[in-house]
Design a binder for this molecule. Sequence first.
Ligand SMILES: [Zn+2]
Length: 436
Amino acid sequence: MRSLARAVGIRCAFVLLIGLALGSCRQAMAGVLSYRGKITLHPSTAELAEALTIQFAAPAQGADHLDLYLNRDLAISSLSCRSCLGHEEGPANARTDARPIIIKFRQPLRPGEIADIHLQAHGKLTDVSPDTNSFSSPWVELSIDSGWYPYEPEARDLRFDLQVKIDPGYQLAGNGKVSGGNGTWRLVQKDATSDIDLIAAPAWTASELRVQALNIRMIAVNVPPVTVQRFAQQASSSARTYSEWFGQAAARDLTIVLSPRQGGSSYSRPGYVSLAYSPPAEPDGLLFTLAHELAHFWWSRAPSWSWENWLNEAFAEYSALMYIRKSQGEAAFRGLMLQRVQRARNQPPIWGVDRNSRAYARVIYAKGAVRLLQLEQMVGQEQFRQLLAALVRRHIDTTQDFLDELQAESSPEMRMRFERLLKDRRPWRARPARRQ
Ligand SMILES: [Zn+2]
């Protein structure tokens, strides 16, 4: 359930539009806006070449430089833009295998000023994050985790239009619309997303499902058809249930990849889920992960780089638990809930939890789910479900707004009680067996 990057909400700021006497609010975009260009992949030799135009917009305070990160194995052969003075490279980070590329501008860019940076890089990509990525003949899976393209570390809101060349014997897919074939593909994402993900393999099976407004494409590599069927059924049934509970998902197209990575992590992006499946393992845990990842189509608006990420992770986790309760019954729900109660024991408060602390994942997933169970018990199941639907409908992406909504749907006292729980350090006595 690793999730380095989630959908990043569009940052809206008050900007003074030239020619208007009054300030007005519009969707102000800053940072790297888009990637365009060509990628060439050679899976048999692990070589990669890229020629990209990176469009960057200076933030509200302007910019005298831009920091990007790129895998240590990819050497930059050229980097230029009309306002670029030059670039410097720093040492690679041992954890990410990426190094900083510091691009300096001749004079500071004004707020909102655009720079089109042309960059060429190539190399033998030997260090890819094996937990989530792979670059080998049987399986190519690239995401931000391997730093295969120059990325901003935080607050990504990007689009892309890439031509991808690869051995004609390969299939290709990713977190965008895919077209082409026979060695030349195009991968396009016109909606803001947080990553460029692509997969390629000599062979896979692809099946299409339609669940209400959601088109689901399932790609599986070396997975028995009966297992693919179980995943498809879970995807379809959980998506249908969430739509009934929370309203239509923001995304329309969903690609689910049953990736042959051995023992790695699963992750999701808007419209894209990669599940690490190692046959012949029993897929029960991954089926829960799929229900969790699917729930992110409703829960992904909060910033993923701060403690407010609990609004994404705890709500996706608890939605998946609610789905298990509905589809498998109270005993299955109780069993999973007790695991989370144990993981949450003696953990720090959710409020302000440090993203870099060891407790972080336990706090925002397990303790977050426990707190939501408590809230459900406090307000009642039906009112809780209505509250969740209201949060989705109103595009809530901060804890303060969530508490305001809770107060509006219940009472000021309920808001205070739950805010105290978010800030509370005391262990909680489990009562998941209680029925409504
Ligand atoms: Zn998640």
